[in-house]
Design a protein around this ligand. Structure first.
Ligand code: NAD
Length: 467
């Protein structure tokens, strides 16, 4: 029996942050992780390895397009073992860093699968220990959705974890799901030489962003990829000797086609039903999410939950923020989760990022808004890096001129989204942003220009007529 003040289940960005914050605030903490490596999906088989591979893709793409600048490179020689090795080195550096930070904080790390026995005890499979706790923070995350009809036992049918392993570069790759994971992995495999087909059930790629913000990406990859089928369903999938035969139902798709590999990226499911939470009396909804209040408390007063397991969006930076709240509340602080917005980023090429309300949300809510849209073709900085397809859209309350949301598509959109996110949290209005001097020439100017388009003060373009 191990007695601990705080036990944390899961060592992803949410779990390790909660454990470290509680330890820093003086608690004696036990962190349970089923795998040997700490860091969860994000560090091991998600955000970090995918970004390492996307950087490789970016270099290949930039070299291929450099001939426009008067510089030509030979066709690159891709050594897939080294590509995989570089990715793994980055992952190992980060996960061992987390391990060292846990040790430095005297956080007791236990390897094994945690399940509740009661509202103050946890059993750990793979270890004989029973953990008795005063407080618990559940950060057990989510897993990929696997349609039972798809032959996942065939290694040619991959989920995101398999795709990140980069066993080989298939000649023809089908990506099922035009969400963030599907399109990021398509970016990687396209750059490494696969012929890509994307099939998406809805009428838009990255459906939670506004269509006009996704359009520059759509236009670019429509030219690069073999096919993008929207409004299309995969009706069957059969493993054959010559490949995976896939049946489609959709207006523009063929009835059948055969691919060397298939990546299924159709969302993630929370792990709420896999930890025997009912033995502790924890409420878990039909989807497997655990409802929590603003202090990240479940219905059981000494048990908290954070990250993917408590709801959408399933993003590491949301989990980290929630983790600090839970740890601080346990330590007697008056913390609460009251962020006005959680930014989203798709690290595609070009990147897509959005924060606050989207235009479609504002329309659905009936909010009286106005917008400024700045095409990056009028940005000197954008033109000088040879990528002018971007667009920035700023959304404002029509009466108060307060910023409500922002969407950006273009190089480094994921970095640029920090400014409008801060602006939303600070309650900025148009003039706060437009009168902030942005360095010239930078891509960050495009944010100010989008605001000036709404204000009618733009000089780098003709101001749009006031509606
Ligand atoms: P998603 O929900 O973002 O996208 C899945 C897509 O698949 C949707 O567009 C959906 O319409 C489509 N779809 C569902 N069933 C289908 C079918 N049978 N045939 C064709 N299309 C189908 O999910 P994801 O891309 O798998 O990502 C999962 C989670 O991980 C998300 O919450 C995402 O935010 C998160 N994530 C974030 C990042 C990032 O922040 N950059 C990166 C990767 C993943």
């Amino acid at each position: 029996m191990i007695k601990t003040q705080v036990v944390v289940i899961g060592s992803g960005p949410g779990g390790y942050t909660a454990a470290f914050r509680a330890a820093d605030l003086g608690k004696q903490v036990t962190l349970i992780e089923r795998y040997d490596a700490l860091g969860g999906v994000c560090l091991n088989v998600g955000c970090i390895p995918s970004k390492a591979l996307l950087h490789t893709a970016q270099i290949i793409n930039e070299a291929a397009e450099a001939s426009h600048l008067g510089v030509s490179f030979n066709t690159p020689n891709v050594d897939i073992d080294s590509v995989r090795g570089n990715k793994q080195n980055i992952v190992t550096k980060l996960t061992s860093g987390i391990k060292a930070l846990a040790k430095a904080r005297k956080v007791n790390v236990i390897t094994g699968y945690a399940k509740f026995i009661s509202n103050n005890q946890i059993a750990v499979d793979g270890s004989d220990e029973i953990i008795e706790f005063e407080h618990c923070i559940i950060a057990a995350g989510s897993r990929v959705n696997k349609a039972p009809a798809f032959p996942f036992d065939d290694p040619r049918v991959m989920d995101s974890t398999d795709a990140l392993e980069m066993q080989n570069i298939p000649k023809r790759l089908l990506v099922i799901g035009g969400g963030i994971i599907g399109l990021e992995m398509a970016t990687v495999y396209d750059a490494l030489g696969s012929e890509i087909t994307v099939v998406e059930l809805s009428d838009q790629l990255i459906a939670s962003a506004d269509k006009d913000i996704v359009n520059p990406l759509f236009r670019r990859i429509k030219k690069q990829y073999a096919n993008i089928f929207l409004n299309t369903k995969v009706s069957s999938m059969t493993a054959q000797d010559n490949g995976i035969k896939v049946g489609f139902e959709g207006k523009n798709a063929p009835e059948f086609d055969t691919f060397d590999k298939v990546l299924v990226a159709v969302g993630r499911t929370p792990n709420g039903k896999l930890i025997d939470g009912e033995k502790a009396g924890i409420e878990i909804n039909d989807w497997g999410f655990i409802p929590v209040d603003k202090q990240m408390k479940t219905n059981v007063q000494n048990i908290y939950a954070i990250g993917d397991i408590v709801g959408q969006p399933m993003l590491a930076h949301k989990a980290v923020h929630e983790a600090k709240v839970a740890a601080e509340v346990i330590c007697g602080h008056k913390s609460g989760f009251d962020a006005l917005t959680i930014p989203s980023v798709a690290y595609t090429d070009p990147e897509i990022a959005w924060t606050g309300k989207t235009e479609k949300q504002l329309k659905a809510e009936g909010t009286d808004y106005e917008k400024g849209v700045f095409p990056w073709a009028a940005s000197g900085r954008s033109l000088s890096i040879g990528r002018s397809e971007g667009v920035s859209k700023a959304l404002f309350d029509k009466k108060t001129h307060r910023i409500l949301g922002m969407g950006i598509c273009g190089t480094n959109a994921g970095e640029l989204i920090a400014e409008p996110t801060l602006a939303i949290e600070m309650g900025c209005d148009m003039s706060d942003i437009a009168l902030t001097i942005h360095a010239h020439p930078t891509l960050s100017e495009t944010t100010a220009f989008a605001v000036e388009m709404a204000e009618g003060t733009i000089t780098d373009l003709l101001p749009p007529k006031k509606r």
